[in-house]
Design a protein around this ligand. Structure first.
Ligand code: HPA
Length: 243
């Protein structure tokens, strides 16, 4: 069963016919919200609001472990994380949907593993290719089916937030090879891998990253890009579920 982790701008799935509401409590503490199991076009799907519903948990305070654990317990077999991001590559524009194929983790102090020697014994995982190829291909095919253009590669640099970056930080990330910047891509992707859940990110560009344009970034421009963009992301996901 596909699970969707809804990000900023996607705290719910309006088309969802709710079948079951799961409690948010897990052995790792409370998830951001209870997992909702629902149906879209006769297909079962799971949904969790990454920042809670209503949106309240900041990126560095999210209990990513509880969220992923709750999805696995509810029966998830693959997970799509939806992320609002800034565009570092100047070719990216607000409204673009991107399927990143790589990431660089700049976060710190987050509970980033189940294998911490307390909850589970220490274990190392391969993370060379952080996103699942088959799931990325399915998302890109769903994009073609519903007429949504998706950019099929990107390097997602994950920052701590909740502030946006300085222009110098973005210039450094660009020289590291990042093309996108967001605050919630990690540890989510690694935790999914630890639970052996195929995972992909569907990223929506909502602003040019700091210093990519001369102007300052306004929350109004972000809100505007989120509104239309998340609707298109939702349509793409509905197509993925239905095909
Ligand atoms: N930086 C970090 N996270 C973001 C941005 C950004 O510019 N836009 C949306 N999420």
């Amino acid at each position: 069963m596909l699970a969707i982790v809804g990000g900023t701008g996607m705290t719910e799935m309006p088309g969802l016919e709710v079948v079951k509401n799961f409690a948010s409590e897990t052995p790792l503490g409370a998830a951001s919200a209870g997992v909702v199991q629902g149906r879209i076009n006769e297909q079962d799907v799971l949904f969790i609001a990454r920042h809670g519903h209503p949106h309240k948990v900041p990126p560095h305070k999210i209990n990513y472990r509880a969220n992923l654990w709750a999805l696995k317990q509810a029966g998830a077999t693959r997970v799509v994380g939806v992320n609002a991001v800034g565009g570092i590559d100047p070719a990216l524009a607000p409204g673009d949907l991107v399927l990143p194929d790589q990431l660089i983790d700049y976060t710190h102090g987050r509970e980033a593993t189940f294998f911490d020697g307390r909850f589970k014994p220490l274990k190392h995982i391969d993370f060379s290719w952080p996103y699942n190829g088959a799931l990325r291909a399915a998302l890109s095919q769903a994009g073609r089916h519903c007429g949504q253009a998706v950019i099929e590669e990107g390097v997602y640099g994950v920052t701590q937030g909740p502030r946006l970056e300085t222009a110098a930080e973005i210039a450094r990330m660009a020289s590291d090879g990042c093309t996108l910047v967001g605050m919630t891509g990690m540890p989510e992707a690694a935790l999914a891998r630890e639970l052996e859940l195929p995972y992909a990110s569907l990223s929506l560009v909502v602003n040019p990253a700091a210093g990519v344009c001369e102007d300052e970034i306004t929350m109004e421009e972000i809100a505007e890009a989120l509104e239309g963009g998340m609707e298109r992301a939702r349509r793409l996901l509905e197509t993925l579920i239905s095909t």
